[in-house]
Design a protein around this ligand. Structure first.
Ligand code: IMP
Ligand code: MG
Length: 177
């Protein structure tokens, strides 16, 4: 394919399979105690919307917006700004934070810290992708669909310069790894 898209790393079918498997694991863990899912915008949009439609019990959903990447940079900023905090009251609730990818871990570490401040009963972290080689923080995801190599990827919610989020698969960005 052209448009700057390189090799497909994870196909649409592989994603579908993992997402439904993940929903089953979450159902087993949370069905009887309840669950509030907090999606990190914008990257988690596609993953979040597919995942929640595989969950058969009533979940509450909210979002948080964080800024880690600016402009066309593929290098993480040193600081993460939480631009929009949640609006639901999650005190004493079981919370699952959902994001597209765990890279250095700075974004999710900061988000976990902010969410902890709302005094939930428990917090777990769920990501579609993880690049362990890039980690700069202690954070370990409780749920991770795919561990990937150290390459910049796009699709299924992940962007470069705000483009490519709508691809139904995960691909390497050409000339970028
Ligand atoms: P971290 O704070 O370094 O873990 O960065 C996490 C955020 O950076 C993710 O939520 C993504 O929005 C973005 N990011 C990291 N790696 C990639 C990538 O390979 N493609 C697209 N976005 C990425
Ligand atoms: Mg993101």
């Amino acid at each position: 394919m052209n448009n700057g898209i390189g090799k497909v790393l994870i196909t649409e079918a592989e994603i579908k399979h993992k997402v439904s498997e993940l929903a089953q694991r979450l159902t087993a863990e949370y069905e009887h105690k309840g669950l509030t899912i907090i999606g990190v915008l914008n990257g988690s949009l596609i993953f979040l919307s597919d995942l929640i439609r595989h969950i058969p019990f009533p979940v509450k959903i909210d979002t948080v917006r964080a800024n880690t990447y600016i402009g066309t940079s593929t290098v993480s900023k040193a600081e993460t700004d939480i631009v929009n905090d949640i609006s639901l009251n999650i005190k004493d609730e079981h919370v699952l934070i959902v994001d597209d990818i765990l890279d250095t871990g700075k974004t999710l570490s900061r988000i976990v810290q902010v969410i902890k401040g709302h005094n939930p009963m428990s917090i777990q972290v769920c990501v579609l992708l993880s690049k362990e080689a890039r980690r700069e923080t202690e954070i370990v995801p409780d749920y991770c669909c795919f561990e990937i190599e150290n390459k910049f990827v796009v699709g299924y919610g992940l962007d470069f310069d705000n483009k490519y989020r709508n691809l139904p698969y995960i691909a390497v960005l050409e000339n970028n790894g």
